[in-house]
Design a protein around this ligand. Structure first.
Ligand code: GLU
Length: 307
């Protein structure tokens, strides 16, 4: 008999804003998938974007998660403390001939990629700097503008089956792994960390569905085992846009100010995906008890009733 797959889960917030009800619902679902399968759950703070990280937000995010009943195993991992690991991964890719420098500006990429390109992700990189002649490359090196580092993905097609979205496939573009300001890119750090933390099932918002082929490809290049994925629906505002401050009382603190308890907020989040009756306030343990990962169907992205 083969060993049961490790379903270690994780939630990986960026401390660049207060968690809103959509983030909290995603966290609750990621936690439920792990706990209902008897698996560990990790908390990782994705704080690499120094320009956008705000002091105090990490603590507030962790407190909000704890308040709705999401707990985690082991220490909180911060990406800003793991730069060496990302550097090592770049070394592996470089030794493999899988990296090249890119001097393109955003505007240049937009122009070059404007034609439709089949299954390539939106905003994909058209490969301009991969095809530079030696003279063109020397000219760019002389410009003094620091290059970003991209992978040479060879337009690989990656197929996977998302637990909730079914079979998917996408072509991987030459995405950035180190930005031209020297910061390691999200796609690199997330893959290195999911691997290092032994994450077997990635549960996250469906806005990241299109990043998955890139991450699976990169994990393969780094020799990491492939995780399975479940992309959950987003909470939208009444206008159909992604939830944001302007939609009103959308954070736990906002709801508490309106007189709601964290247990009521948890119940509201659970009810919105069919895990509780309207107005019911199940405990975290009760939710784990009733959550069946094989049958869970959260429905489409949409507004949260009553918010
Ligand atoms: N840090 C990312 C975010 O807050 C999530 C990354 C992931 O779940 O893969 O959107």
């Amino acid at each position: 008999m083969s060993a049961a797959p490790d379903r270690t889960g994780r939630f990986a917030p960026s401390p660049t804003g207060t968690l809103h009800l959509g983030n909290l619902r995603t966290a609750l679902l990621a936690w439920l998938y792990a706990r209902a399968q008897g698996a560990a759950f990790r908390l990782r703070v994705e704080d690499l974007d120094a320009g956008r990280v705000r002091p105090g937000l990490e603590a507030a995010q962790l407190a909000d998660l704890a308040a709705i009943g999401v707990d985690w195993d082991g220490p909180v991992v911060r990406q800003s403390e793991r730069l060496e690991r990302y550097g090592d991964a770049l070394g592996v890719l470089d030794a493999d001939g899988a990296l090249y420098p890119c001097w393109c500006t955003r505007a240049e990429i937009r122009e070059a990629a404007s034609a439709p390109h089949g299954d390539l992700p939106e905003g994909h990189y058209p490969g301009t700097c991969r095809r530079l002649t030696a003279a063109q490359r020397a000219e760019r090196e002389r410009s003094g503008r620091p290059p970003a580092l991209r992978v040479d993905a060879g337009a690989a097609r990656i197929a996977f089956t998302d637990r909730l979205r079914g079979p998917r496939s996408g072509v991987v573009d030459d995405f950035v792994v180190r930005r031209n300001d020297g910061a390691h890119a999200y796609n690199l750090a997330v893959v290195v960390d999911d691997g290092a933390q032994g994450v077997g099932e990635v549960v996250r918002g469906e806005d990241l569905l299109d990043s998955t082929p890139r991450q699976l490809w990169l994990g393969g290049r780094l020799g990491l085992p492939a995780a399975s994925y479940a992309h959950v629906p987003l909470v939208l505002g009444g206008d159909g846009a992604r939830l944001a401050k302007r939609h009103g009382a959308v954070t736990l603190a906002d709801r508490i100010e309106l007189g709601e308890t964290p247990a009521a907020v948890r119940g509201r989040l659970a009810a919105s995906v069919g895990l509780a009756a309207p107005g019911e306030q199940p405990s975290p343990a009760q939710l784990v008890e009733r959550f069946d990962p094989a049958r869970f169907e959260p429905g489409p992205s949409g507004p949260l009733p009553g918010v």
